[in-house]
Design a protein around this ligand. Structure first.
Ligand SMILES: C[S@@+](CC[C@H](N)C(=O)[O-])C[C@H]1O[C@@H](n2cnc3c(N)ncnc32)[C@H](O)[C@@H]1O
Length: 235
């Protein structure tokens, strides 16, 4: 197994968030009881389980490009049988109709405007999209710019709203994911690092150090960046 997946093996999440964020979005989006939902960029599938649990008459289609995460999501969703499916594929190519497209920390891989442009065409009438996106809470320090070096397009909340509008959508509501949502991601990762380090190969040590660096950067500047969770609809 590649060092990255050795580190991430068994983690419930691959980005910040809580079950309460999912519940909040379902309420804001007024997602119907028998909703057809998509978890785009599902990672290991924890949010897909929450979506299915909170809409017990609904269905969830989870999709991710990475086989490792699809295997984890399939196993996590297996008790839901025909109510949940997992596909290894490109979320830019999903086919609806969906009452809710949920995407935690994944839309930025294909671009907010570009992704929303594709997804609005896959919504059922009245359908909505809920997504979380990295957001700067203040002018970035050098440290924060380094943290987000692989996503130089990171912007503030107003910048995200501009990208939403460019896709012909409007924001119904938003909230910031701070604190517990980040701990849900980084605390279990810290535990994996501590567990693996004593017997790690040099390649794995590299991956552990990269993970530790990320955790330390977040711990040293938790008030400087967050994830914004937005619920949007086509205008
Ligand atoms: C930061 S992780 C978040 C995962 C999950 N939503 C969560 O919160 O645990 C982003 C995920 O998006 C997936 N991803 C990136 N680009 C994708 C694409 N074009 N199609 C499907 N999945 C994609 C990655 O493989 C990764 O699992």
């Amino acid at each position: 197994m590649k060092p990255f997946f050795q580190l991430h093996n068994g983690l419930m999440r691959e980005g910040p968030g809580t079950a309460d964020d999912v519940a909040w979005a379902l309420e804001v989006a007024k997602t119907p009881k028998a909703a057809r939902m998509c978890d785009a960029g599902c990672g290991p599938g924890t949010d897909a389980v929450t979506l299915a649990k909170l809409r017990p008459a609904g269905t969830v289609h989870a999709i991710d490009t990475l086989r490792h995460f699809c295997v984890a999501a399939r196993s996590r969703l297996s008790h839901l049988r025909e109510r949940a499916t997992v596909e290894q594929g490109d979320m830019a190519q999903i086919t609806g109709p969906y009452d809710l497209i949920w995407s935690a920390g994944a839309l930025y891989f294909i671009g907010v405007t570009e992704g929303l442009n594709a997804w609005v065409k896959q919504l059922a009438p009245g359908g909505r999209i809920a997504f979380s996106e990295p957001v700067l809470l203040r002018a970035p320090t050098e440290k924060v710019s380094e943290f987000w070096a692989e996503y130089p397009e990171i912007t503030n909340y107003e910048g995200i709203v501009t990208r939403v509008r460019k896709a012909g959508c409007r924001v119904l509501d938003h909230r910031m994911i701070v604190g517990q949502g980040w701990a849900n991601y980084y605390d279990p990762m810290q535990a994996r690092i501590n567990l693996l380090r004593p017997t790690a190969s040099p390649e794995l040590i590299e991956a552990l150090d990269a993970g530790q660096w990320e955790i330390d950067q977040w711990r040293s500047a938790p008030e400087e960046f967050a994830y914004a969770l937005l619920v949007v609809e086509p205008t």
